[in-house]
Design a protein around this ligand. Structure first.
Ligand code: CP
Ligand code: NVA
Length: 297
């Protein structure tokens, strides 16, 4: 049966570990050949992207396949053709679809009607490919998950929500600090509890980082929330990751970073930041996922 990855918990915990192992093997250059020879990935983008677009396209080249970039002005999407028709037409050509969409329900519709695997390249609710890369990065930097404590400081957004689920799946200790009104969805916390453990939650960034080894943040204003900018920047006062808040902890950020908002320039440029390792691992993690999915298609 075709597998989709709309969020990280579309994989079982065991499958997640398998994909991470596969990613590490490919990264180490220990897999020969072109496993995706003659295969095509259709990449649908409703929002901009640097890492997701370049890492998936480069990954398909490295694996012997091909990727097609389909931006908002390139194909009929939304009003000009229903998502379900796009899903069925593109499935007749491509071997897999990766989509970055606003509405998570559109990703679900795409997956329902597609006959090839659908990978979520970010929706308003979830960013599972980022979580795959983040877990690969943490495992490589700290040698595993058992003794690492991560504090999320910022918005309870798509990146945070997938991280909450991924952390529960691998047994990673996570605390989430958000301003009031910007918490992780209750439904996601319930899913995390079912998968393993829901994170501790707080509205106090200092308390969240106190016992942490890693501080993870992301933009306060996500793509599509530009109208909420003033309101959000006011609500997130005190949540900026500064050198004082970070201390000697490791900094993670999915990027792009908005220096002067969620993080200072000094912090992003500091030796404590492993943000470029995270960015690189998008490529390796997704290569592991693409090969794993192709073997199940
Ligand atoms: N982290 C991430 O998804 O980056 P892009 O928006 O550049 O793809
Ligand atoms: N939360 C951010 C992540 C960007 C990769 C956004 O959705 O814009």
């Amino acid at each position: 049966m075709t597998r989709n990855v709309l969020d990280i918990d579309d994989l079982t915990s065991e499958e997640l570990t398998t994909v991470l192992d596969r990613a590490a093997t490919i990264k180490a250059g220990e897999e020969a050949g072109n496993p995706l020879e003659d295969e095509t990935l259709a990449m649908i983008f409703e929002k901009p992207s640097t890492r997701t677009r370049v890492s998936f396209e480069t990954g398909m080249t490295q694996l012997g396949g091909h990727a097609i970039f389909l931006g908002p002005d390139d194909i009929h999407l939304g009003d000009s053709e229903p998502v379900k028709d796009t899903a069925r037409a593109v499935s007749r050509y491509a071997d897999a679809i990766m989509a970055r969409l606003f509405d998570h329900a559109d990703a679900e519709e795409l997956a329902e009607y597609a006959t090839v695997p659908v990978i979520n390249g970010l929706t308003d609710d979830a960013h599972p490919c980022q979580t795959l890369a983040d877990l690969l990065t943490i495992r490589q930097e700290f040698g595993g998950f058992d003794t690492v404590r991560v504090a999320w400081v910022g918005d309870g957004n798509n990146v945070a929500q997938s991280l909450v689920l991924g952390a529960a799946m691998v047994g990673l200790d996570l605390t989430v600090a958000t301003p009031e009104g910007y918490e992780i969805d209750e439904e996601v916390l319930d899913r995390a509890a079912e998968l393993g453990t829901a994170p501790e939650t707080t509205h106090d960034p200092e308390a969240a980082v106190e016992d942490a080894d890693v501080v993870y943040t992301d933009v306060f204003v996500s793509m599509g929330q530009e109208d909420e900018r003033e309101e959000k920047l006011a609500a997130f006062e005190g949540f900026q990751v500064t050198t004082e808040l970070l201390g000697d902890r490791t900094l993670m950020h999915c990027l792009p970073a908005h220096r002067g908002e969620e993080v200072t320039d000094e912090v992003i440029e500091s030796e404590n930041a492993i943000v470029w390792e995270q960015a690189e691992n998008r490529l390796h993690a997704q290569n592991g996922l693409l090969v794993w999915l192709a073997e199940r298609a």
